[in-house]
Design a protein around this ligand. Structure first.
Ligand code: MN
Length: 254
């Protein structure tokens, strides 16, 4: 079993160290991760500057790029083998509902998925690494179970988004398969004066959950469950495809 690990918090983040330690005896397990924090970089690729790969004393390789860069170059030339599984995380904070669009943690996993490899994104639901050991143990159990049931290394690739509540192991509840919830629009942008009198803008926090009904990731994690959502990448609005086809365009349409 060959497992590639990446993240968006950077190669020194406690979450990726814990994930590596939890998975390392499952096979050949390697880390290729961003040098700096790349949270909210989604699927961004670096096209207009060179990427460099360096190796840390613990064997982790780090890249001056985005999460998707890391997985992309790992799979297209850096590694001399094809991983069976790409695992991203464990992220410092939730990636639920609309967060998944912006998430670099999901972006790294999605890059593996787009390259035809099964992939999982793991996140803790709160920032601060509380009970990280319990989250890593759950991640390990989940990966092990997928391997045992032969869902890794054969068949069509899949993409799983997993959010783990920050609870001690004995309080973490069972795995729940959920749909993504929705968030309210984000908080207001924050402005400050720079030392040179210019206005600086800071992107505000994500909004509170708007749809956290039973069956969503928000609901499951609030109840202490580990939330798992299978993701797809097709952005087509299938529900409205025929409505747009029937629209009376004032221009030629085929
Ligand atoms: Mn992050």
């Amino acid at each position: 079993m060959n497992i590639l690990i990446s993240n968006d918090d950077g190669y020194q983040a406690p979450g990726i160290v814990a994930l590596y330690e939890a998975l390392r005896d499952l096979g050949r397990v390697e880390v290729v991760a961003p040098e700096q924090n790349n949270s909210a970089k989604s699927n961004a690729l670096t096209l207009h500057s060179p990427l460099y790969v360096h190796q840390a004393a613990n064997g982790f390789r780090y890249v001056n790029g985005t999460p998707a860069d890391c997985v992309h170059i790992a799979l297209t030339g850096l590694l001399d083998y094809r991983p069976d599984l790409v695992v991203s995380g464990i992220n410092n904070g939730a990636n639920m509902g609309d967060d998944t669009i912006y998430s670099g943690t999901v972006g790294a996993a999605m890059e593996g998925y787009l390259m035809g490899i099964p992939a999982i994104a793991f996140s803790q639901t709160e920032r601060g690494w509380k009970h990280l050991d319990a989250a890593a143990a759950r991640a390990r159990a989940l990966v092990e179970s997928l391997i045992q049931q032969q869902r890794v290394g054969m068949g069509a690739p899949w993409l799983l988004n997993v959010n783990i509540p920050c609870l001690p192991a004995d309080q973490l509840k069972s795995l729940k398969v959920c749909r993504l919830g929705r968030r309210h629009a984000a908080e207001r942008v924050i402005t400050q004066a720079s030392p040179r009198g210019e206005t600086m803008y800071w992107i505000g926090s994500a909004g509170a959950a708007k749809d956290d009904a039973d069956g969503t990731d928000f609901h499951a994690t609030m109840q202490g469950h580990v939330a798992l959502t299978p993701l797809q990448v097709d952005l087509t609005d299938h529900d409205n495809l025929s409505a747009w086809s029937d629209f009376k365009w004032a221009l030629p349409v085929t």
